[in-house]
Write a protein that binds this ligand. Sequence first.
Ligand SMILES: Cc1cc2nc3c(=O)[nH]c(=O)nc-3n(C[C@H](O)[C@H](O)[C@H](O)COP(=O)(O)O)c2cc1C
Length: 193
Amino acid sequence: MDKIGNIIRRRRSCRAYTDESIPREKLIELINDAVWVPSGSNNQPWRFVIITDRALMKRYSDSAKSDWLQRLDEAPHMRQYEQAIKNPEYNIFYNAPALIIVYGNTESYWRVYDCSMVAYNLHLLAEEAGLGACWIGFAHNIFSRDEVKAEFGVPGEYELVAPVILGHPAAGHGGGSGVPRKPFVAEFYDGGQ
Ligand SMILES: Cc1cc2nc3c(=O)[nH]c(=O)nc-3n(C[C@H](O)[C@H](O)[C@H](O)COP(=O)(O)O)c2cc1C
């Protein structure tokens, strides 16, 4: 069995996928394992929407892109991506075969932390299973909308935390070398020991 440290270091955000789908049972298995995270007050405040319809994902990609373009002044963090968003060929979900959207219950104070850990576990489990994954922040605008949540049957008290795409990495797009990590700052207070 591979060491967790190796899986953590090998994982890279995957932005190119083959056409191969992921069976529903596999997606359920990934979620079943991913939810074994700590959660504030053990509230386990997550809820999931799973989309495997690529045409539907493309429609959400188009609406997300056009929404960001209209609101670039309100969302300056998106300015650096203006060219990509304007490109009609650019699909924010990279034509992945599956998308798991993690919503968190706002009645639970620590929901964002809890659900983010679940989302990261999905990345690690995908890596372990030879799959690729990527958190799609570009989709935060659409999946936060009340009307889209209503389409999904997600109750009003849930807020979006993480849209994560999954699929089989296209050749050359699996985990491995990638974005280097910045040196971190850490202060030790060891009482002089
Ligand atoms: C909150 C969050 C939002 C992200 N949004 C996007 C996104 O919309 N599109 C994308 O291609 N990657 C997105 N990413 C992936 C990051 O770009 C990626 O994690 C980062 O560049 C480091 O690369 P690595 O994941 O390969 O180590 C996002 C990651 C996080 C954690």
